[in-house]
Write a protein that binds this ligand. Structure first.
Ligand SMILES: [Zn+2]
Length: 142
């Protein structure tokens, strides 16, 4: 019987078998298959492999000052992104409104006078390109 993707918060009864297999290097096909599908056993396997490797746990932990600096940097970045979110939404809404207004004006002009619609179309295209590049420029400066 193979138990797949079964997560037990207290762990799995096969964890001891997994740890023993990591130590001895003797894996049965059934145990290997179970470890691939069981989260608790995958964790137990990672821990056992780490303990087996004999690595110094302190060697993999970064300096506290560096960690503090990174956390502060991350907090500052998140705060900035949170503060800018309404601005970004307003900017996108304005771009969408502007685009819709341009289309509405073009449709209206073409219904009023067909000869004017070509001129208006060219003017609209020029306006759209310049507005698009202005938006791109504004968003690249952030
Ligand atoms: Zn398991």
């Amino acid at each position: 019987m193979i138990r797949m993707k079964k997560m037990n918060p207290a762990g799995c009864e096969r964890e001891q078998d997994i740890a023993r297999a990591v130590r001895s290097g003797l894996w049965s096909a059934e145990l290997r298959e179970h470890a691939a599908g069981c989260e608790a056993c995958a964790e137990a396997m990672a821990v056992a492999a780490f303990l087996q490797s004999g690595e110094d746990p302190a060697a993999t932990v970064p300096e506290p000052g560096l960690m503090w600096w990174r956390l502060e940097l991350r907090a500052r970045r998140e705060k900035r992104a949170r503060a800018l979110r309404p601005l970004v939404i307003a900017e996108r809404a304005a771009a969408v409104l502007f685009g819709s207004a341009c289309v509405a004006v073009l449709v209206w002009l073409s219904s009023v006078s067909p000869s004017l619609s070509l001129t208006a179309g060219i003017a609209g295209a020029v306006l759209a390109v310049s507005a698009g590049s202005a938006i791109l420029l504004a968003s690249s400066r952030k």
